[in-house]
Design a protein around this ligand. Structure first.
Ligand code: A4P
Ligand code: MG
Length: 194
C-alpha cells in the first residue's frame, strides 16, 4: 500500500536556553526524520509568556515559530517523533504551561479532526494565540485555520503582540532571522521525500 502524504502544521515554542537555536535544531531533526518531508519553517517571533493566569511580561520571553511539512506518518507516530525531539532537546515535563526548552504542538494534520487521550487536532487553542498565528501568516498569507477561518482575520481580531526575533540568546551564534525573508527551507526537498 502506498502511504498517503498529508500536509501538517507544527508550532514550536521555547523560553529557556538557546531558544532560537533549539527550535532550528529541532526543525532540522524533524526534516531529517523518515516520513517527514518538505519542512518549511517560518521566521521566529519573540513573545510574552502566556501562563494559566494570563500573559506574564515578567516571565522569560518565548521564541515561537511554525513549520509546514508533509508526512506519511500517522498522527500518533508524528506525535511520538515530536515528543522524542522535545526530549532530545532537554524538555522536562514539570508543570503545564511551565517554562520549557522546547514545546512542539501539532496544529493541523491535513483535514483530520482527532480527539483522544493523546491528541487533539486541530489544536484547540491555536485560534486564540498570536504566537502561532503571526509566524504562520508570515509563512502563508492565505492561511486558513480549519474551523476558524482566515489566519489574517483571526490575528486582526485578537491583536498581534509578538515581535520579530532578530536577537541572539546568550552563548549562541549570531543570527538575523528577521532578515531572511518569510520562508526558510530547512532541508532540501530531495533529501527528505517521505
Ligand atoms: N496533546 C494533545 N493534543 C496535542 C497536540 N495537538 N499537539 C497532548 C501536541 N500535544 C498534544 O502537552 C501535554 C499533552 O498534550 C501531550 O502529552 C500530548 O499527548 P505538553 O507539551 O506535555 O504540555 P504543555 O505544552 O505544557 O501543555 P499544553 O496544554 O499542550 O500547552 P500549550 O497549549 O502547548 O501551551 N506562551 C508563549 N508566549 N508561547 C508559547 O509557546 N506555550 C504554552 C504551552 C504556554 N504559554 C506559551 C507558550
Ligand atoms: Mg505542548
Amino acid at each position: 500500500m502506498i502511504a498517503q502524504v498529508v500536509p501538517v502544521l507544527l508550532a514550536f515554542g521555547a523560553n529557556q536556553g538557546g531558544r532560537a537555536d533549539t527550535i532550528r535544531a529541532a526543525q532540522r531533526d524533524l526534516a531529517a526524520t523518515p516520513g517527514i518531508a518538505q519542512l518549511t519553517a517560518s521566521p521566529l517571533r519573540e513573545t510574552v509568556a502566556l501562563t494559566p493566569s494570563g500573559p506574564d511580561p515578567l516571565a522569560p520571553k518565548y521564541v515561537n515559530g511554525v513549520a509546514l511539512a508533509e508526512t506519511t506518518l500517522s498522527p500518533h507516530e508524528l506525535l511520538d517523533v515530536m515528543q522524542r525531539v522535545e526530549h532530545e532537546h532537554g524538555r522536562v515535563r514539570a508543570e503545564r504551561w511551565g517554562d520549557r526548552t522546547l514545546d512542539i504542538d501539532l496544529i493541523l494534520f491535513g483535514g483530520r479532526v482527532i480527539s483522544d487521550e493523546r491528541l487533539t487536532v486541530p489544536h484547540p487553542r491555536a485560534h486564540e494565540r498570536d504566537f502561532v498565528l503571526a509566524p504562520w501568516l508570515a509563512l502563508d498569507a492565505d492561511a486558513v485555520l480549519m474551523g476558524h477561518g482566515r489566519v489574517q482575520e483571526l490575528l486582526e481580531r485578537i491583536g498581534d503582540t509578538t515581535a520579530p526575533f532578530s536577537g541572539n540568546d546568550p552563548g549562541t551564534q549570531p543570527q538575523h532571522d528577521g532578515e531572511r525573508g518569510a520562508r526558510e527551507y530547512v532541508a532540501p526537498a530531495s533529501e527528505t521525500r517521505p
